[in-house]
Design a protein around this ligand. Structure first.
Ligand SMILES: [Cu+2]
Length: 186
């Protein structure tokens, strides 16, 4: 899916969509085949012992397959989980202060590939700190609250100018509450 410059929604069919379609068609065909085989075989009588043996044979292998898939999926995705690791070791801490109607970021520039911890607070009312990458996608947000320091951990790989926008209606000039954050090419 893609948004054109006029904001109209265009559906986009690329290779991922075609791959999913082909996979789905193949699976549907396979399922139909399985049903056909069962329908043909259903005519003959089979002893209970044979059903029992085959059932247990299948069940063991099905469990093993699910375990392997589970371990693989967890193993592959576990280290990419976006949860904060708690410590700011190895992170560049960016102090963010929101107020009616400004953002102040210090530092306001980091090198590409930085692991950044935004340490966010407010001097007056609640604001919403939202960070948009150079393509205009919202990549993270956290509340900016007076008297509290909220953290947002992000790994910023892409160089360019990021936009900071307020995501909580905070007063008359809320819509002007914008700033930028630069990720410099190494
Ligand atoms: Cu605001």
């Amino acid at each position: 899916m893609r948004h054109s410059s006029r904001g109209k929604l265009n559906l986009h069919y690329g290779s991922p969509q075609i791959a999913i379609g082909v996979t789905f068609a193949a699976l549907a065909l396979l399922l139909a085949l399985v049903f056909a085989v069962i329908a043909v075989e259903a005519g003959s009588d089979v002893g209970a012992q044979r059903v029992h043996d085959l059932g247990y044979w299948l069940r063991k292998r099905w469990l093993a397959l699910l375990l392997v898939i589970g371990v693989l999926v967890v193993g592959v995705s576990f280290f990419d989980l976006p949860f904060a690791n708690g410590s700011d070791a190895g992170r560049i801490v960016v102090k963010v202060t929101g107020g009616q109607f400004f953002w102040s970021l210090s530092p306001d520039r980091v090198p590409a590939g930085s692991h950044v911890r935004f340490d966010v607070t407010s001097v007056d009312v609640n604001h919403g700190f939202g960070l948009y990458d150079p393509n205009g996608h919202l990549i993270g947000s956290v509340q900016a609250m007076p008297g509290y320091r909220n953290r947002l951990d992000l790994n910023l790989g892409e160089a360019g100018v990021y936009q900071v926008r307020c995501l909580e209606l905070c007063g008359l000039n809320h819509s002007t509450m914008q700033s930028t954050f630069t990720v410099a090419r190494r």
